[in-house]
Design a protein around this ligand. Structure first.
Ligand SMILES: Cc1cc2nc3c(=O)[nH]c(=O)nc-3n(C[C@H](O)[C@H](O)[C@H](O)COP(=O)(O)OP(=O)(O)OC[C@H]3O[C@@H](n4cnc5c(N)ncnc54)[C@H](O)[C@@H]3O)c2cc1C
Length: 463
């Protein structure tokens, strides 16, 4: 292997592999170092397999209610093992897709654990690769348990998303600890596969980073489906046995004992910054453990950049990919569009989906902004009624004076797709008037976006 490259990227997740593609497109010789499967957490044990499983869950729910739509599906049987195998095939296909992209763009892939060395070098096995321009650190993150309460991940009764994605059978009962995106998605998946779910969240509401109305709507939806949701809860103790786990959970001033077949730890992730030679190269980390970067994503060591989860929140694939594009364009002498971290869409792909961008209503209040909230429920949307997906709403927060979109929140079917109209609008500083001015096809769920914009202007039509 030729050992000198313009750019070397450590880690082949969505931050690293996208950076590799863009770097190569810009004519820089590029090496990507990966110790595992290409595509990282996202492709192999994150975004992609969970979405495949969520689709299986969606089909299970749809078939259970098919009679209402005039379709007799008989008794619906689910098999998590089959759904899991399908999700693995989807992930593998995507990982192979990344391999193909590396070949297509003539990116050199160095297989093995890379170790940073001073002088913009990366050691992989017995090879030492050298970067003429820069080393990009994109080593991502991993699950972390709660060993302090006795809940160390044991891969059988106390599992993380890594193991949940490989189970052959859905457990009869499951406590999901942490009601962020990952916890919410797995609660949805396993519930559809017949598992009795207890969802436990330490903060006062599920999806704590989302708008309070979105959290409340989702909590109602989950409870209606028979999922037990316990918020403001502290897991005081966990005792993992061979085939069950006993939990002591304190919530609302009382302590309850919960016994489940398994616990899924979905609370937080740790970044992969240990043992990769950061200190030796002068790369510092923040108090929270992320790699310290400046506005150009350069670390404290010149010539070393950090992108993706290691560079800080939000820990999302699309944020990492954009950082990869940004840094490589900068290295190629371009002037990339600055990354607007306040305009990164956030999506939870559970049922109903939750998607948002910008400020929540509470944040508008905290900042003492003069805002107006416009809302439109999917129960008043013809397309949503037609498909029987009337749960949820679109909510747009607009600046009272100028009509600027301060934040947008969608709960409902296809929220993950609908949010992008508002992402484009915010990125380009369109006002609510400009969003509404575009004619929205009828009947579509997107009409609810236009109607919420109208509602914020006091001109809603269909309610
Ligand atoms: C269950 C789950 C579901 C998720 N769903 C979504 C979602 O729907 N949407 C979304 O945006 N985000 C989602 N995420 C988060 C998303 O997966 C991460 O934000 C994203 O993968 C981060 O990308 P990255 O490139 O920074 O790192 P990673 O994807 O973690 O990739 C880092 C890569 O670096 C490699 N590596 C690490 N150290 C070394 C080394 N020393 N040498 C060589 N290689 C190394 C690793 O093997 C890995 O392949 C989900 C996460 C989980 C766990």
């Amino acid at each position: 292997m030729a050992n000198s490259f313009d750019v070397i990227i450590l880690g082949g997740g969505p931050a690293g592999y996208v950076a590799a593609i863009r770097s190569a497109q810009l004519g820089m010789s590029t090496a990507l170092v990966e110790k595992d499967k290409l595509g990282g957490v996202c492709v192999n044990i994150g975004c992609i397999p969970t979405k495949a499983l969520l689709h299986s869950a969606y089909i299970a729910r749809l078939l259970s209610n098919a009679k209402e739509f005039g379709v007799e599906a008989g008794s619906v049987k689910t098999d998590y093992g089959v759904a899991m195998q399908r999700s693995r095939r989807v992930s593998d296909q995507n990982s192979k897709g990344v391999e193909f992209l590396m070949k297509k763009h003539k990116v050199t892939v160095a297989r093995g654990a890379g170790m940073l060395q001073p002088g913009r070098k990366v050691k992989v096995g017995s090879d030492v690769l050298e970067a003429k321009q820069a080393v990009l650190i994109a080593t991502g993150s991993r699950v972390k348990g709660l060993p302090q309460i006795g809940l160390e991940i044991n891969k059988t009764t106390v599992i993380s998303s890594d193991e949940a994605l490989l189970l052959e059978k859905a457990p009869p009962s499951l406590a999901v600890i942490g009601a962020g995106a990952v916890g919410m998605e797995f609660a949805d998946i396993f519930h559809a596969f017949g598992t009795k779910i207890t969802l436990i969240e330490a903060l006062p509401r599920i999806l704590p980073l989302e708008d309070a109305e979105a959290s409340d709507t989702l909590a109602r939806s989950y409870r209606k489906r028979g999922i037990e949701v316990i918020v403001g809860a502290k897991v005081k103790k966990g005792t993992a046995g061979k085939d069950k786990v006993a939990l002591e959970v304190e919530a609302g001033g009382a302590t309850q004992k919960i016994e489940v077949a398994a616990v899924l730890m979905a609370a937080g992730r740790a970044v992969n910054t240990e043992g990769i030679g950061l200190a030796e190269c002068g790369v510092q980390v923040t108090d929270r453990g992320f790699i310290k970067v400046d506005a150009t994503l350069q670390t404290t060591a010149p010539g070393y950049y950090a992108i993706g989860d290691v560079a800080g929140p939000p820990m999302l694939a699309h944020k990492g990919s954009r950082e990869g594009v940004f840094v490589t364009e900068l290295l190629a002498g371009k002037q990339p569009h600055p990354i607007k971290y306040d305009n990164v869409p956030s999506v939870t792909y559970c049922h109903p989906e939750v998607a948002s961008i910008g400020l929540t209503e509470d944040q508008c209040k905290e900042r003492k902004l003069d805002y107006v909230a416009g809302r439109f429920p999917f129960s008043a949307n013809g397309r949503a009624r037609g498909s029987g997906e009337t749960e949820g709403f679109v909510k747009i927060l607009r600046d009272k004076r100028y009509g600027e979109i301060l934040g947008a929140h969608i709960v409902g079917a296809h929220a993950s797709e609908l949010i992008h109209e508002l992402a484009v609008a915010r990125e380009n500083e369109y006002t609510v008037e400009e969003v509404e001015l575009a004619i929205h096809a009828h009947p579509t769920m997107s009409e609810a976006v236009a109607e919420a914009a109208l509602d914020s202007l006091g001109r809603v039509l269909n309610i």
